[in-house]
Design a protein around this ligand. Structure first.
Ligand SMILES: C=CC1=C(C)c2cc3[nH]c(cc4nc(cc5[nH]c(cc1n2)c(C)c5CCC(=O)O)C(CCC(=O)O)=C4C)c(C)c3C=C
Ligand SMILES: [Fe+2]
Length: 413
């Protein structure tokens, strides 16, 4: 069998291009592939779960802005919140945590792991499950919640005077049914990667590192994929992200904080979060045209009503009353969206799918953009018939971390 023949017949059997290249290389390497030889090659392929391409990819951890914000959207994301242990009153303990988190994040995002002690009577330092998987574009983004500064009306660590200008507790929004146990928190960590095991490993080791100082409060995981050059689709089957803020000049205006914030927040941003349950079964019984009216966009092309192509600007005159896009657009505000879909089995009480959107957005003035937008949508969005906001959060994301510095260093020093 020559290489060409192998390609044609085996491609029909559903092997990927990469698998085919590997087989071709084996054949080209002088291995005589008889019936049993081919069997061995295929057996090898079956056992190969490697992710060579992702392994090579690293996102710098240090820089002017934190990574994981304008970084190309990775396939998997975790968002977690921590509370400082009530026994901790000494800010030095928090600084120690931020130093060790910075060290760990800088190591893991390079695809490395922390070395074990030579004393085998001690527990391992690294949990080992991401060994050899590489960096997979891992990013780790740290943030601070309002309750980090003020809890039960108390300036708990003597730094309340430095609270970022736009960081408040989240206000009440119409129709939300929040679960406080999975909302808010003193600290937040967003971990994203192109291999889920790499992202989980990073978060798990950050949780382990925090032991005694900060306890995990909640953790959510999500996914999002799109074909190359295409806009990803959400679990309602619509292109989601079409009118996002992607132009770098516009991103500067929308995302990053400037002189209106304390120095340690300049070049930072705010993370706005909503966990939004999506009533998939109800949606799936709704007419196609009705679904399009809910968003004010065509399901196939993603084009706004009155338009033909996905990226043509929204025509407000053609938007149905209370369409999601019409309402969000009319606020005149911009936010940078970086959401993940989530699924979590079946809701025992209903037998319905527990699925939805981990809505995450970054913006420099959440009190003027994210929150007013939420208020408008909460009141009248046609999408509300099919969704339920179950968790919330607002976190200050300090400026990027420079080499030899640690996360939020200038807040303390
Ligand atoms: C606080 C703001 C927003 C929430 C919450 C939100 C939830 C949410 N959105 C979708 C799906 C789509 N959203 C789309 C556009 C869009 N959404 C927001 C804001 C929030 N969405 C904005 C600012 C925009 C852009 C509006 C504009 O100016 O055109 C779209 C259309 C495609 C796109 O532009 O991305 C979809 C689809 C879901 C499913 C959801 C909650 C579950
Ligand atoms: Fe939206």
């Amino acid at each position: 069998m020559d290489k060409e023949e192998l390609g044609t017949s085996e491609q029909k059997k559903g092997y990927s291009r990469r698998e085919m290249l590997k087989m071709t290389a084996l054949a080209g390497g002088g291995i005589a592939l008889g019936a049993s030889g081919l069997g061995t090659a295929l057996e090898l392929l079956g056992k190969d779960h490697s992710r060579d391409a992702e392994k090579q990819s690293m996102v710098p951890f240090f820089g002017n802005h934190q990574a994981g914000i304008t970084t190309t959207h990775q396939s998997y994301g975790y968002l977690a919140a921590f509370d400082i242990d009530p026994s901790i009153h000494d800010v030095a303990k928090i600084m120690a945590l931020f130093i060790s988190w910075t060290r760990l994040a800088a190591t893991l995002t390079q695809g490395k792991r922390e070395a074990n002690s030579s004393n085998k009577e001690l527990p391992p330092i690294d949990t080992n499950e991401a060994r050899d998987l590489g960096a997979a574009n891992l990013t780790i983004t740290f943030g601070l919640g309002h309750s980090f500064f003020i809890k039960n009306g108390t300036d708990r660590f003597g730094i309340a005077a430095k609270i970022p200008k736009q960081l408040t507790p989240m206000p009440r929004i119409a129709h939300e049914t929040l679960d406080p146990g999975i909302s808010n928190g003193d600290l937040c960590v967003q971990v994203c990667a192109d291999v889920q095991q790499v992202a989980f490993h990073a978060l798990r080791n950050l949780i382990k590192e925090a032991l005694g100082t900060a306890n995990i409060r909640w953790m959510e995981s999500g996914f999002l994929n799109a074909a190359k050059g295409k806009t990803p689709r959400n679990l309602f089957g619509f292109k989601d992200g079409t009118a996002n803020v992607t132009d770098p000049e516009e991103q500067k205006k929308v995302i990053w904080t400037a002189n209106n914030e304390p120095a340690w927040m300049r070049g930072g941003t705010y993370l706005g979060y909503r966990k939004i349950k999506m009533m998939i079964e109800t949606w799936d019984r709704d007419a196609y045209s009705d679904q399009e009216h809910v968003f004010g966009r065509k399901k196939d092309s993603g084009a706004a009503f009155g338009r033909t192509h996905e990226h043509e600007p929204v025509m407000l005159s053609k938007q149905p009353a209370n369409s999601h896009v019409g309402l969000a657009h009319r606020t005149g505000q911009k936010i940078y969206r970086r959401a993940y879909s989530y699924t979590n089995g079946i809701q025992p009480s209903t037998g319905n799918l527990d699925a939805g959107l981990l809505f995450i957005s970054y913006q420099n003035k959440p009190q003027e953009s994210f929150i007013p937008m939420l208020r408008v949508l909460g009141k009248s969005d046609a999408l509300n018939e099919y969704t339920d906001h179950v968790a919330t959060g607002l976190f200050a994301i300090p400026s990027g971390i420079k080499k030899n510095e640690y996360f939020a260093q200038h807040l303390f020093e």
